[in-house]
Design a protein around this ligand. Sequence first.
Ligand SMILES: Cc1cc2nc3c(=O)[nH]c(=O)nc-3n(C[C@H](O)[C@H](O)[C@H](O)COP(=O)(O)O)c2cc1C
Length: 214
Amino acid sequence: MLDRFDIIESLHKIFSFERKIYSIMRKDLGSLPAVFPMPVLMIAAYDENGKVNAMNAAWGGICGMDKVVFYLAPDRKTLANIRAKKAFTVALADEDHIKEADFLGIATGNKMPDKFERSGLHAVKSSRVDAPVIEEFPLTMECELLEDTDMYGERRVVGRIVNVIADEKVLDDKGKVDAAKLKPVMFDQFRNGYYAVGEKIAQAWNAGAGLMKK
Ligand SMILES: Cc1cc2nc3c(=O)[nH]c(=O)nc-3n(C[C@H](O)[C@H](O)[C@H](O)COP(=O)(O)O)c2cc1C
């Protein structure tokens, strides 16, 4: 006949066995930038002669409410251009232009002076900053350079978002950007994939509100 202590001991053995199995099933992957999704930012700037160049950058995001930040290798042509003009634009790559967006991440303006022309994209000058606005991308941030600093060998570039230009076709009936219409692309650095945005699954600052009452 099992007493209470025997049962507790058996349960303890079962749980510790489960924990061992669980830890066997987990793997250490080493040091990785293990964040998903990452954005697909299209950074565009003029060189000192007013020539357009643009690049693809996934290592970046938003800082506060009116600043964009991204990390560039020091040899990027785009970085030299940003320094020359103290301005740039950042567009979100969309599904309809994934080929062009990827090309901007493969070719460099350092070796291919007509990189932007070859992309087949078109640009007009921003009316607010000295930087090109790529016409094909539906959402663009016009930015002035605030900071360009060393960050462990990369350059951390911070820009103030002076204005955001959005195609009307990506706005909802209240004038807000609708992600389903924008169709921005996400980058997966684990397997170098580009992904489409899925369905909206919940409302932010709301889905967890019920737990506040406990
Ligand atoms: C998906 C993707 C993401 C990238 N992210 C970055 C990044 O965040 N920072 C960076 O310096 N280069 C990044 N690159 C590489 C640059 O886009 C690439 O070196 C490009 O040739 C630079 O262009 P440029 O020299 O004309 O400015 C990325 C490339 C791809 C395809």
